[in-house]
Design a binder for this molecule. Structure first.
Ligand code: EPU
Length: 354
């Protein structure tokens, strides 16, 4: 197990915040876990993936743990499915590429999302109509308190919109070691996701070629869409969507439509990944906060000091690599406050603030 002390986290978070950390442990194998239980980690603890969804508001006085195990193994195969176990340290996009190269469907629309597999499960990542919660059949985690391994079923992971039990009740109690994904051997192309800017994924596929489309065609189409709206991570600090799209009642939607006439929204019924709300909240819709920030408030491309909202997508907060965590936090708070003033809706963070 590698141990570093008093290091800068700048290269460990995609917002490029130069916070320091007292103790940083790199977990290289399962033996390191038994070592870990002997060490008094002290202070607070945070499990870090690639730091693609975290804001370090200030220096981190506790211990950071990072898993680097990165094996992908086939567990079982039936006529329709293949179940694969991916270590938490696998780069998410490597798993996407592995699946597409093996013509296994289920995560191709989630191409190019930065981060590692363990964090992908924690944040229940999703894009263009696919969600990790749709394909994750379970995971294995290490319990800090007891030093035991525990298997969680997908149900037990408590997945909902960009949330899981590991981001909430079990935050920092477990270290995810591996995630089991069930792939489809006869992939169906999922190209319905629609946005004002690009039309549907199907439209982009059509522009690129003729059916029948392969998983590689889908990956190429999504990369084309993503390139036009997300910043180059070599140029900017960014964590993708900084805020979540809020759920609002249909009554609230009507008020918002008076402010932003064609605001994009999605019926909650279509959002199977907010399944814990489905039974009670069919009166709710999810609104595209980026659309409101852009077409309602004119905030796309708005900067203050070293922090801004990206010129091609208003939900994506960017830094110039020089911003402090405090500065980002203040900027994000101001955006949320202004959003509330504009349409009386809370704009919550998707990014975890530490
Ligand atoms: N829009 C604008 N102006 C903007 C931004 C967006 O008019 O500045 C419009 C778009 O044209 C579109 C609608 O708003 O009609 C929604 O935008 P988009 O399709 O980009 O999706 P989003 O709701 O902003 C969500 C996820 C993304 C995911 C995309 C595609 C959240 C918080 N974000 O973004 O996930 O890639 O859908 O599925 O749910 C992430 O979680 O970090 C992330 C990037």
């Amino acid at each position: 197990m590698k141990h570093l002390s008093n290091i800068s986290l700048k290269d460990h978070n995609t917002l490029k915040i130069n916070a320091s950390c007292s103790n940083f442990y790199v977990i290289e194998n399962k033996n390191d876990l038994s070592e870990m239980i002997k060490i008094n980690l002290g202070g607070s603890r945070h499990v870090l993936g690639a730091g693609a969804n975290v804001l370090f508001k200030s220096d981190f006085k506790g211990t950071i743990l990072q898993i680097v195990m990165n094996k992908i193994s086939v567990l079982k195969e039936s006529t329709k499915h293949v179940e694969v176990e991916a270590d938490a340290g696998v780069v998410w996009n490597d798993l996407v590429e592995w699946s597409v190269n093996n013509n296994l469907g289920g995560i191709e629309n989630m191409t190019s999302i930065p981060g590692l597999v363990g964090a992908a499960a924690v944040g229940n990542i999703a894009a263009y109509g696919q969600n990790i919660s749709d394909v994750c059949v379970g995971l294995t985690a290490y319990e800090f308190e007891t030093g035991r391994f525990k298997n969680f079923s997908s149900q037990e992971c408590g997945f909902s919109y960009r949330e899981s039990i590991f981001k909430n009740e079990l935050n920092d109690k477990y270290l995810i070691l591996s995630v089991i994904v069930r792939f489809n051997k006869n992939p169906e192309i999922n190209s319905e996701y629609w946005s004002k800017k690009h039309g549907s994924v199907g439209d982009v596929l059509k522009d690129n070629g003729k059916p029948p489309y392969t998983l590689r065609n889908v990956v190429d189409a999504i990369i084309k869409i993503r390139r036009s709206k997300f910043p180059d991570m070599n140029e900017f600090g960014t964590a993708g969507s900084f805020f979540k799209n809020p759920l609002v009642s249909k009554g609230e939607l009507e008020s918002i439509r008076k402010l932003v006439p064609n605001v994009q929204y999605y019926p909650v019924e279509a959002l199977h990944y907010v399944d814990n709300l489905l039974s009670v909240d069919s009166d709710f819709v999810k609104i595209a906060a980026g659309d409101i920030l852009d077409n309602g408030m004119g905030y796309k491309g708005k900067w203050s000091g070293n922090v801004g909202l990206y010129k091609n997508h208003a939900l994506v907060l960017v830094t110039n690599g020089e911003a402090t965590g405090e500065e980002v936090d203040e900027f994000a708070k101001k955006v949320s406050e202004d959003f509330y003033k504009f349409c009386s809706v809370n704009l919550e963070r998707e990014v975890v603030t530490i």
